[in-house]
Every structure is written in C-alpha cells, then in structure tokens.
Design a protein around this ligand. Structure first.
Ligand code: 5GP
Length: 191
C-alpha cells in the first residue's frame, strides 16, 4: 500500500468465534507497516502474554484513575474486565505517521467514531447466525445456556455493527483478508 498517503485510524471489531483475530493476523502479516494499538486492561495476562506487548495490564484502581483523569479515547467493560485505549498513545502514533489499527469491541468502537469521525469502523461478521450456531453446536464444548448467551451477544453486536462503515463477511479467510485490504486501501486513497 502507498506509504505517502495520509494516516487514518482503522477500528476493527467482531464477535469472538468468527475468526476476527485470524483475519487481522493475516492482514498484518501482509502489511507489517500497520501498527496494532496496545490497549489497557484490568484482566489478568494469559499464558505467554507480555505487559506492553499484548496489553498494558493494570489494576482496577489504576484503570479508574485513568477514567477519572480523562485519559481514555474510549473504554468499555467486557466480560467482567475493563478495556481502554489511551488518547496519548493514539495521538503519538498518528503524529509519528503510523497507520494504526484498533482491535476493540463494539461499544468502544462507537465511542471512537464519536470523538474521531474520520476514523473507519470495520466489522468482521459471521456468514450467518445459523452458520455460527451450527459451528457452536458442532464443537460440543458449550452447554445450551452458553450457546444461547453467545448467540444473544452476537445478535447485539450485529445490531451495533449497523453503525459501522464497513462489514466484512468471514466466509473464507483469504477472501476476508482481501476484502479488508480493499477497504483499507480505498479509504487511504480518499485522503
Ligand atoms: P481479550 O480479553 O480476549 O483479549 O479481549 C476481549 C475483548 O476486548 C475483545 O472483543 C477485544 O476486541 C476487546 N478489547 C481489547 N482491547 C480493547 C480496548 O482498548 N477497548 C475496548 N473497548 N475493547 C477492547
């Protein structure tokens, strides 16, 4: 992609289980010039996760202090933990001329759009609710209550995704990566 084009903030969301992480990883492998933003979180690091690489891990008190001091561009609670993007971090990356991608959930993404209307929101969606349901059932790992909760969450996210600029259907990984590339290069050419 053309390196001389203006920098934009791209925000990517999608329900877990639809392969959002795999699509993004595939895109970043082809386009290492893009920087994936590092968020702050109160959740505990998973095995192999490193502070300052995967997330900036914080206590709830530290996170609350950042909220009180208006340090976040956006923040949200997700599955009992807090997640947020620091304003200063994004400003610094944009000033340094970096292409940034934020991989965050829907409520936070819509806050970014409100504060930075020039940002581009992209939602990675399952081919259909039915396909997702049969995938969840086929795994035989979740009980009925969990399946119903997951489906409810996905429907709610798809409702919020109507406010996004673009939707990428992840039916086939390579096609989804190509769609993402087209959207991003098309947006950069608009600058
Ligand atoms: P995980 O705990 O699996 O790493 O992430 C859980 C969810 O939090 C994912 O949907 C991820 O996109 C979202 N997330 C990660 N960082 C942020 C952030 O800075 N802000 C918001 N709003 N969501 C985030």
């Amino acid at each position: 992609m053309n390196k001389n084009l203006s920098k934009k903030l791209f925000v990517i969301s999608g329900s877990s289980g639809v392969g959002k992480g795999t699509v993004l990883k595939g895109f970043l492998k082809k386009h290492p010039e893009f920087m994936l933003s590092i968020s702050c979180t109160t959740r505990k690091p998973r095995v192999g996760e490193v502070d300052g690489v995967n997330y900036f891990f914080m206590t709830k008190d530290e996170f609350q202090t950042c909220i009180d001091n208006n340090k976040f561009l956006e923040w949200a609670e997700f599955a009992g933990n807090f997640y947020g993007t620091k304003k200063k971090y994004i400003q610094k990356c944009l000033e340094e001329g970096k292409d940034i991608i934020l991989e965050i959930e829907t409520k936070g993404a819509l806050q970014v759009k409100k504060q930075m209307p020039e940002s581009v929101l992209i939602f990675i969606a399952p081919p259909s609710i039915e396909a997702l349901e049969s995938r969840l059932r086929g795994r035989h790992t979740e009980d009925e209550e969990t399946i119903q909760r997951r489906l409810h969450e996905v429907k709610e996210e798809l409702r919020l995704a109507q406010q996004y600029d673009y939707k990428v259907i992840n039916d086939n990984l390579e096609d989804a990566i190509t769609q993402l590339e087209k959207i991003i290069s098309g947006e950069q050419e608009k600058c």
